[in-house]
Design a protein around this ligand. Structure first.
Ligand SMILES: [Zn+2]
Length: 110
């Protein structure tokens, strides 16, 4: 399982990042689907690329501990800009699975 963060430069409308999940052991195949704007690419990422945004893989969280719960937790935090490698803010450490709240660990059945 893997979770990844795509960084948009410049931001696309309201979006500066896209956080995604793949059951694959690495993010390579899934990120490639986004970057090539194929039929399985996310519409937001396609639109950002279409609008001329540079889309960069900012973080790849690869391993069995990085599941849907980790993805949902990252999205809910809304703090990506504070730890994204591309944003360069560095205000917060990159989240780890051990920092996921119990609320998200319990919500696996999606
Ligand atoms: Zn960023």
């Amino acid at each position: 399982m893997s979770v990844y963060v795509l960084h948009f430069d410049p931001p696309f409308a309201h979006a500066r990042h896209y956080i995604g999940f793949t059951p694959d052991p690495t993010v390579a195949r899934r990120v490639s689907e986004h970057m090539t704007c194929g039929p399985r690419g996310n519409p937001l990422v396609k639109a950002a690329i279409g609008a001329g945004c540079a889309v960069t893989l900012a973080h790849a969280f690869e391993g069995e501990v990085y599941g849907r719960d980790f993805e949902r937790n990252l999205k809910a935090r809304r703090t990506t800009r504070a730890w994204c490698a591309c944003c360069g803010v560095g205000a917060k450490p990159v989240p780890s699975p051990s920092s996921i709240s119990a609320r998200f660990r319990a919500a696996k059945a999606y």
